[in-house]
Design a protein around this ligand. Structure first.
Ligand code: CA
Length: 347
């Protein structure tokens, strides 16, 4: 009798244990529930982040543009001081202030977009740049294509010193490798590349730690010819500067660590010819490219030819589509941290 009771007890306990252990299906359901919960909390965080970014941008716009009308008899000096906490320094005399870049200019006086003189390093004379104060503000523009009016098929010295027009917003230009190098030398920079196709669709690519080496070598090394280096990619246009997502393409067309080449200085990795000559512009060619923003300006988008030499961002519109607008602009990484990047807003 006792033995029977023990046996019964054992079977009962095993049954209880078996029924308390969840089946694989139940385990899967629980895991799914947990995942859904994680997704929903991440979505909430994303929403809050986006709201904060929008708020910061609107606040900045409000700060600059919509000054309330003061009631009669108000002390205007006090109002102005309140609206502009970063006030203009006393430059009413002969003192000229040159900011290091457009981000510093933005921090100091928050001016509208336009051409301003900057002085990134003490040894360099101040030079003119286009400051894009939209899109979060503080961007120094290195390159613009808008209408094909400026020929980008130039030689080494022209790419070194810069070319194009520096007068109105939609002027086309290359700032110049020497100026870009000086500008990017100061610290960690974020490069934003804005692209527009012929149906007015926009996209962008962001690269952290974008920098360019010196033209001349440092002691005991070979000339570095404005070698390009950049860090992590983000954005929607695809990582064409790294050659796209295929490993075999990356080896032959990634622009990272490439020297600059022009039609009269072949520093590319294409042994049989000159990428710059084939592709009608100066660039950090490999053998040859997955992005060619200084290429030939075709007016329709899709084009044909012996070489894929259009204004190309291959990971977005392919090698045989020449873009309508391009902008390459930089600002310090830490600027993004303090104000929100505005990257991709509306794109
Ligand atoms: Ca070559």
């Amino acid at each position: 009798m006792n033995f029977m009771f023990v046996m019964f007890l054992l079977v009962f306990i095993r049954h209880i244990r078996a029924s308390s252990r969840p089946s694989p299906e139940e385990e899967c359901r629980v895991e799914l529930l947990e995942l859904r919960h994680t997704i929903s909390s991440l979505q909430n965080r994303l929403l809050i982040g986006e709201w904060q970014l929008r708020n910061l941008q609107e606040y900045n716009h409000f700060y600059r543009r919509h000054k309330p009308t003061p009631p009669p008899g108000t002390n205007m000096t006090a109002i102005t001081a309140e609206l502009m906490p970063i006030s203009l320094p006393g430059t009413s005399g002969n003192l000229i202030v040159y900011d290091r870049d457009c981000a510093a200019l933005h921090d100091r006086i928050q001016p509208p977009s336009g051409f301003y003189r900057i002085k990134p390093t003490p040894g360099l004379e101040p030079f003119l740049v286009y400051c894009d104060m939209s899109d979060g503000g503080g961007w120094t523009v290195l390159q613009q294509r808008r209408n094909g009016k400026v020929d980008f098929n130039r030689n080494w010295n022209e790419y070194k010193e810069g070319f194009g027009n520096f007068k109105v917003k939609n002027d086309e230009f290359w700032l110049g490798n020497e100026y870009m190098r000086a500008l990017l030398k100061g610290g960690e920079n974020l490069m934003k590349i804005d692209l527009t196709d012929w149906s007015r669709k926009k996209t962008h690519a962001l690269y952290e730690n974008f920098r360019i080496a010196d033209e001349k070598a440092s002691f005991r090394t070979s000339p570095d010819k404005y070698r390009l280096q950049f860090g992590m990619y983000s954005g929607r246009a695809g990582d064409a500067l790294s050659g796209g997502s295929r490993m075999e393409d990356q080896w032959s067309v990634s622009h990272n660590s490439m020297q600059f080449s022009t039609k009269d200085q072949d520093n590319d990795r294409y042994m049989k010819g000159s990428c710059a000559k084939e592709n009608k512009g100066g660039w950090w060619f490999n053998r040859c490219h997955a992005a060619n923003l200084n290429g030939k300006y075709y007016r329709r988008g899709e084009y044909r030819g012996k070489h894929d030499n259009g204004v190309v961002w291959s990971t977005w519109r392919g090698l045989w589509y020449s873009l309508h607008h391009t902008t390459m602009k930089v600002r310090p990484l830490r600027f993004m941290d303090s104000l929100g990047s505005g990257a991709g807003a509306g794109d």
